[in-house]
Design a protein around this ligand. Structure first.
Ligand SMILES: *[C@@H]1O[C@H](CO)[C@@H](O)[C@H](O)[C@H]1NC(C)=O
Ligand SMILES: *[C@@H]1O[C@H](CO)[C@@H](O)[C@H](O)[C@H]1NC(C)=O
Ligand SMILES: *[C@@H]1O[C@H](CO)[C@@H](O)[C@H](O)[C@H]1NC(C)=O
Ligand SMILES: *[C@@H]1O[C@H](CO)[C@@H](O)[C@H](O)[C@H]1NC(C)=O
Ligand SMILES: *[C@@H]1O[C@H](CO)[C@@H](O)[C@H](O)[C@H]1NC(C)=O
Ligand SMILES: *[C@@H]1O[C@H](CO)[C@@H](O)[C@H](O)[C@H]1NC(C)=O
Ligand SMILES: *[C@@H]1O[C@H](CO)[C@@H](O)[C@H](O)[C@H]1NC(C)=O
Ligand SMILES: *[C@@H]1O[C@H](CO)[C@@H](O)[C@H](O)[C@H]1NC(C)=O
Ligand SMILES: *[C@@H]1O[C@H](CO)[C@@H](O)[C@H](O)[C@H]1NC(C)=O
Length: 896
C-alpha cells in the first residue's frame, strides 16, 4: 500500500498528508487497476512480446494511464490473442479507450467503464455483448464491433445514452430486428455501418434530421431484409456514401438535388421502381453509382463521364439505348404510378416501350390506345394522378379496393371517352368533380371522406333497396330525372345480385369486374433472382440464413405440439413468425446428412432456392448450426393431399369432388413440368406422392420436398439413399437400375392420378397379390367399361356424362404415364395440355347455371376462369382488344 513519490500525483508530500484519506482511496484504486490488469494479462494469455511484466502496469506496452495513475487506454489489437476478457475489466473505472480488434478472443464481452470513449472489438470470436452494455456511456464516440459470431441480438437500446456517438460500425454482427429511431436523433453521428446483419423493417423517419455522412445498410441476411421506401434519403443531405444494396427497398429513388457531397451510391439488388431521377444523374460529387437488379423504369439514365456506373442485370428501362426517350404512353403511365409510390406489382411486368404489347399488368389497349386501366385490389396507396386525363382513349378506369388518398382530380372530367370510373373502397377525400355531358358510371362508395353531395341521391331515393354499405352514386349529365330514376332501379336490381357480383348495364356498355381466382397468388411479389438467369451465388444463399434462435422461438423449441409431419429426411414443424407469417420448418435427421460437407450443403440449397413456381412449395431459408440442418418452407394450411384423399373422414374434412381433383392434378403437373424444364437446372423430383403434394388455403396444390435427395450423401450403397422414392410409386426401370430421368416422375404422377381417381392407396396389402399394387389393378379394371366404373372413388359424383368422360380421359392419361417403358410415357408438358382443357370444361357448367339463375343473358360469374370471362367480355365488346391481366391462360402454362 506504499505510494511512491515518483509516481507523480503532482502533489507535494504536504498535500499528500493533508489529503490522506483521498490519497488512500486513490492508491487503493491504483492497486485495483494493477490487479485487474494482471487478471486481464492471464485471461488473454498476453504474449511475451507485450512485455507485460513491470509491476507498474502504467509502463506496460499498449497501456496508458492518466496523471492519476489510472489506466485510461488499452490497445491490444492484432496480437493473435487467445482467451477472453475478464469481468473485472469493469473496475478500470477511468478507461477511455479499449481496443482488441483482430484477435481470437472468445466469450461474453464484459461491462466496461461509463467513461469509455472508443470501443473496438471487431474481428474476434466474442459470443455476446450485454444489451445494456452502453447504459450511461455518455462520452462514447466510436464503436466497432463487427465480424464477431454473436448470437442474434437486437440493436442495443442502451446506446441511446451515448449522445456523443460519431461512429457506429457493427457489420456482420448478428443484429436482428429493426433499426431504432434514436439513431436518427444522435446529433454527432456521422458514420453508421450495419451491413451484413439480419435487420428488417424500414429506414427510420428520424434519419431525415440526421447529419450522417456514411450510411451502410447493405446485404442484410435475414428472411425479410430492410424494406419500405428510401424517401428519407431526400432529407439526408450530408450523405457522402450510401450503400443500401441487397435489401428489399421499394418505391422510387427520391430527389437528391441537395446532396452536393454524395459520391458513392449503391442501390443495387432492391425492388426500386419508376424512373431514375435526374437529380441523381446530376449529383456534382458522384463517383460510383450501382443500380443493377431493381425494377427501375423510364429511359436508361446517363451519368457524367468518369462516374463508375453499374446497372446491368434486370431493370425495366423502356429501351436498351442510352438517351432514347420513352414513348408518350410509357411516360404517361410512369407519371401515373409515381404518386402511387411506384408499385412493384406494376413495375415487375411493365417491360419495354409498348404498354399495348399485351403484357403490361392492368393495361388493356385497343388499336394502340389504352382503353382500360384496371388497378383494382392491388394494395395501392398514394394519390390519383391527373395524368390519367392524358389517356384520351380511356373508357374504363377502375381503381377500386385500394388505399388511395387525396382527391379525384378535376382533370378527369375532360376525358372524352370515359364511361366508367370506379374508385370505390379507398380513402379518397375532397370534392367530387362534376362530370358533364356524357353519361358516366361512377362508383365512389366506401370513401367516407368524399364530399357530401354524392351521398344524398342514393340515401334519399334508394332507401330500403340499397344496403347502407353499398351506397352507390351515379352521375348523369344531360339525362333527365326520369331516366335517373330508371337508372337507379337498374342499380338496385344489380345490387340484389351483388353477392354474385354480376353486373349488367346499359350506360356505356357492360360493366364487369375482372377478378381471377388466382390473381392474388400470382400477384405476390416475386424475388428478383427468379428472373435472373445467372448462376446461384453465395449472396443469394446467404440472404436466406435464418438464425437458429429464431427457429427455436417460432416452433416453441421444436415442441411435439408443433409437429406437422415426418418423413422425407426429417420432421416438419409448424412455426409462426412475429408478423404472423406461418412457416414450416424441416429439421433434418442428423445421422443421414452429416456426411455432406457444409459448403456442399450450401451449394445444394443455392440450387434448390432457384426453383420458384406457384405450384412448387418455396424454400424460404435455411439454418446450419452445429449438427442442426433446418430448411424453412412456406406453410401450406390445408396439408397433404393424402389426407384429403385417404383419411378425410378421420380428419373431419370434406371429400374432394372431381373438379377439385382435376385442378389439383393440373397444379401438380405444372409444378413438376416446371421442375423438369427449369432454366437453371432440371430437377427430377424422385419422390412424387400424395403426401408430397400440399394444399393451400384456396385448395390449390404445390409440389413439396423436391431435391432433398441431393442433400444426402452420394455413393452410398443402401437402396434407401440411392433410391429416393417410396415403394409403389417407383418406376420399374428406376427400381431396377436406379437410373433417374424425368420419366421417373411421370410414372409417379400416373400413380398419383390413379389414387385420385380411385381414392385407393397405391399399396393395399389386404388384397390378393395381383391386385395389391394399384397400377396392376387399375390397368385390369380399365379393360372394360363396367369394371371401369368400379375403380372410381365412390365419393365422386360421376353421374353426369361430362364428369364420367373427364374421369375416363384422366384414367387413360394415368395409364399412359404408368407405361412400363419410360419412352412410352408422355412428358409433363403433354400431361398439362391434356388436363388443362378438362379443368376449363369442368368450370363451364357452373358458369352456365349461374347465368340462368340470374336470368341475365350476359351474366358473368366471378368463379369462372379469367380467360373465359375475357372471351365473353370481348365478344360483348365486339372489338378486338389486346388484354392482359395477370394469371391469364397463356401466362400460366409455363411460369418460370
Ligand atoms: C472490482 O470492484 C468490485 C466492487 O466495485 C470489488 O468488489 C472487486 O473486488 C473489484 N475487483 C477487483 C479485481 O479489483
Ligand atoms: C485465430 O486462431 C487460428 C487458429 O487457432 C489462427 O489460424 C488464426 O490466424 C487466428 N486469428 C487471429 C486473428 O489471430
Ligand atoms: C462474419 O463474421 C464471422 C465471424 O463472426 C466471420 O467468420 C466471417 O468471416 C465474417 N464474414 C465476413 C464477410 O467478414
Ligand atoms: C426533426 O427535428 C425537429 C426539430 O428537432 C423535430 O421537430 C422533428 O420532429 C424531427 N423530425 C423527425 C422526422 O424526427
Ligand atoms: C417490411 O418487412 C416487414 C417484416 O420485417 C413486413 O412486416 C412489412 O410488411 C414489410 N413492409 C413492406 C412495405 O414491405
Ligand atoms: C424533408 O425535407 C422536405 C423539404 O426538403 C420537407 O418538406 C419534409 O418535411 C422533410 N421530411 C422530413 C421527414 O423531415
Ligand atoms: C459498384 O459497381 C462498380 C462497377 O461495377 C464496382 O466496381 C463497385 O464495387 C460496386 N460497388 C458496390 C458497393 O457494389
Ligand atoms: C412485350 O414487350 C416485352 C419487352 O419488350 C417483351 O419481352 C415481350 O415479349 C413482349 N410481349 C409480346 C407479347 O410481344
Ligand atoms: C388512338 O387515339 C387517337 C386519338 O384519340 C386517334 O386519333 C387514333 O386513331 C387512335 N388509334 C387507333 C388505332 O384507333
Amino acid at each position: 500500500m506504499m505510494e511512491k513519490p515518483q509516481l507523480g500525483f503532482g502533489v507535494s508530500f504536504i498535500i499528500y498528508r493533508l489529503f490522506l484519506v483521498l490519497s488512500v482511496a486513490i492508491s487503493a484504486f491504483s492497486q485495483y487497476d494493477a490487479e485487474v490488469m494482471n487478471i486481464l494479462k492471464n485471461a488473454i494469455n498476453a504474449p511475451p512480446s507485450l512485455r507485460w511484466t513491470d509491476p507498474d502496469v502504467c509502463k506496460w506496452r499498449r497501456v496508458d494511464c492518466n496523471a492519476g495513475h489510472r489506466v485510461i487506454s488499452i490497445q491490444i489489437g492484432n496480437l493473435n490473442l487467445q482467451g477472453f476478457l475478464p469481468k473485472e475489466l469493469e473496475n478500470l473505472s477511468e478507461l477511455q479507450l479499449f481496443e482488441c480488434q483482430q484477435n481470437n478472443l472468445t466469450g461474453q464481452v464484459p461491462y466496461l467503464s461509463k467513461t469509455l470513449q472508443r470501443f473496438v472489438i471487431r474481428d474476434n470470436k466474442f459470443s455476446s455483448i450485454p444489451n445494456d452494455f452502453f447504459k450511461g456511456m455518455t462520452m462514447l464516440q466510436e464503436v466497432r464491433i463487427g465480424n464477431n459470431p454473436f448470437s442474434p441480438w437486437f440493436f442495443p437500446s442502451s446506446l441511446k445514452d451515448s449522445v456523443a456517438l460519431q461512429t457506429f460500425v457493427a457489420a456482420n454482427a448478428s443484429l436482428v430486428g429493426r433499426i431504432p429511431d434514436f439513431l436518427g436523433t444522435m446529433p454527432s453521428l456521422v458514420s453508421l455501418v450495419l451491413n451484413s446483419n439480419s435487420l428488417e423493417g424500414g429506414l427510420p423517419a428520424s434519419f431525415a434530421n440526421s447529419s450522417m455522412e456514411e450510411l451502410l445498410l447493405n446485404s442484410q441476411n435475414g428472411n425479410y431484409k430492410l424494406n419500405g421506401t428510401i424517401e428519407v434519403l431526400q432529407n439526408m443531405t450530408s450523405l457522402k456514401q450510401v450503400w443500401l444494396h441487397g435489401n428489399s427497398f421499394s418505391g422510387p429513388i427520391p430527389d437528391l438535388s441537395n446532396h452536393d457531397q454524395l459520391s458513392d451510391v449503391s442501390l443495387r439488388d432492391n425492388q426500386l421502381a419508376c424512373a431514375v431521377p435526374s437529380s441523381l444523374m446530376a449529383l456534382p460529387s458522384l463517383q460510383v453509382v450501382n443500380l443493377t437488379d431493381n425494377f427501375l423504369q423510364g429511359p436508361i439514365p446517363t451519368f457524367k463521364s468518369g462516374v463508375v456506373v453499374d446497372m446491368s442485370g434486370i431493370n425495366r428501362f423502356c429501351s436498351n439505348v442510352p438517351r432514347q426517350q420513352c414513348s408518350p404512353l410509357v411516360n404517361a403511365l410512369l407519371s401515373i404510378v409515381q404518386p402511387l409510390g411506384c408499385p412493384l406489382k406494376l413495375a415487375e411486368n411493365w417491360k419495354g416501350n409498348d404498354p399495348c404489347n399485351g403484357t403490361w399488368t392492368g393495361i388493356v389497349c385497343s388499336g394502340g390506345n389504352i382503353t382500360f386501366v384496371n388497378f383494382q385490389e392491388m394494395g395501392l396507396s398514394g394519390t390519383i394522378s391527373p395524368t390519367f386525363a392524358s389517356l384520351t382513349s380511356l373508357t374504363r378506369l377502375l381503381l377500386a379496393n385500394n388505399s388511395l388518398t387525396g382527391p379525384i382530380p378535376n382533370e378527369l372530367i375532360t376525358m372524352p371517352n370515359l364511361r366508367e370510373l370506379d374508385v370505390s373502397n379507398n380513402n379518397l377525400g375532397g370534392h367530387v368533380p362534376s362530370f358533364p355531358k356524357k353519361s358516366i358510371i361512377i362508383r365512389i362508395h366506401g370513401n367516407p371522406n368524399l364530399g357530401k353531395p354524392l351521398e344524398s341521391p342514393s340515401s334519399n331515393s334508394g332507401g330500403n333497396g340499397i344496403k347502407k354499405k353499398h351506397q352507390l352514386s351515379i352521375f348523369i349529365g344531360g339525362i333527365g330525372v326520369g331516366l335517373m330514376i330508371l337508372l337507379l332501379i337498374v342499380v338496385i336490381v344489380s345490387f340484389m345480385f351483388v353477392k354474385k357480383l354480376k353486373y349488367f348495364g346499359k350506360f356505356g356498355g357492360l360493366i364487369m369486374k375482372l377478378v381471377h381466382p388466382h390473381d392474388g397468388e400470382v400477384g405476390k411479389a416475386m424475388k428478383i433472382y427468379v428472373e435472373d438467369g445467372g448462376a446461384p451465388n453465395q449472396a443469394d444463399v446467404q440472404g436466406m440464413v435464418i438464425p437458429i434462435q429464431v427457429l427455436k422461438e417460432v416452433t416453441n423449441n421444436f415442441s411435439n405440439a408443433n409437429i406437422l409431419g415426418k418423413g422425407g429426411f426429417g420432421t416438419v414443424y409448424r412455426g409462426e413468425l412475429h408478423d404472423g407469417t406461418k412457416i414450416a420448418v424441416k429439421r433434418m435427421d442428423s445421422g443421414l446428412l452429416m456426411e455432406k460437407g457444409l459448403s456442399e450443403f450450401r451449394a445444394e440449397i443455392a440450387v434448390l432456392t432457384q426453383a420458384r413456381h406457384r405450384h412448387v412449395v418455396a424454400l424460404l431459408g435455411y439454418c446450419l448450426d452445429g449438427n442442426e440442418r433446418l430448411l424453412v418452407y412456406e406453410y401450406m394450411s390445408q396439408g397433404a393431399l393424402s389426407k384429403h384423399l385417404f383419411s378425410w373422414k378421420e380428419n373431419g374434412l370434406e371429400p374432394l369432388d372431381w373438379t377439385r381433383r382435376l385442378n389439383i392434378a393440373l397444379d401438380v403437373a405444372r409444378g413438376v413440368e416446371y421442375l423438369h424444364a427449369s432454366a437453371q437446372q432440371s430437377f427430377v423430383h424422385r419422390d412424387l406422392k400424395p403426401s408430397n403434394v400440399l394444399l393451400g388455403d384456396d385448395m390449390r396444390a404445390k409440389v413439396s420436398d423436391f431435391g432433398l435427395v441431393r442433400l444426402a450423401p452420394e455413393g452410398r450403397n443402401s437402396v434407401e439413399t440411392r433410391l429416393a422414392g417410396t415403394f409403389g410409386y417407383l418406376a420399374p426401370e428406376y427400381a431396377a437400375t436406379g437410373r433417374v430421368t424425368t420419366k421417373v416422375d411421370v410414372y409417379s404422377f400416373g400413380v398419383v392420378l390413379m389414387e385420385m381417381i380411385t381414392g385407393r392407396r397405391v399399396l393395399d396389402h389386404s388384397l390378393p397379390e395381383e391386385d395389391f399394387h394399384l397400377v396392376m389393378w387399375f390397368r385390369r379394371m380399365m379393360q372394360n367399361n363396367d369394371s371401369f366404373r368400379k375403380v372410381i372413388d365412390p365419393i365422386i359424383n360421376a353421374d353426369d356424362e361430362a364428369t364420367m368422360c373427364s374421369i375416363r380421359t384422366v384414367s387413360e392419361l394415368a395409364g399412359l404415364c404408368c407405361a412400363n417403358e419410360p419412352h412410352h410415357r408422355p412428358n409433363m408438358g403433354y400431361v398439362v395440355n391434356i388436363l388443362w382443357p378438362l379443368v376449363q370444361a369442368a368450370w363451364k357448367p357452373i358458369m352456365e347455371s349461374s347465368s340462368d339463375e340470374s336470368g341475365g343473358k350476359y351474366g358473368i360469374d366471378l368463379d369462372m376462369t379469367l380467360p373465359q370471362a375475357l372471351r365473353i367480355w370481348q365478344s360483348l365488346e365486339g372489338q378486338s382488344s389486346s388484354i392482359f391481366v395477370k394469371g391469364s391462360a397463356s401466362q400460366s402454362f409455363v411460369t418460370k
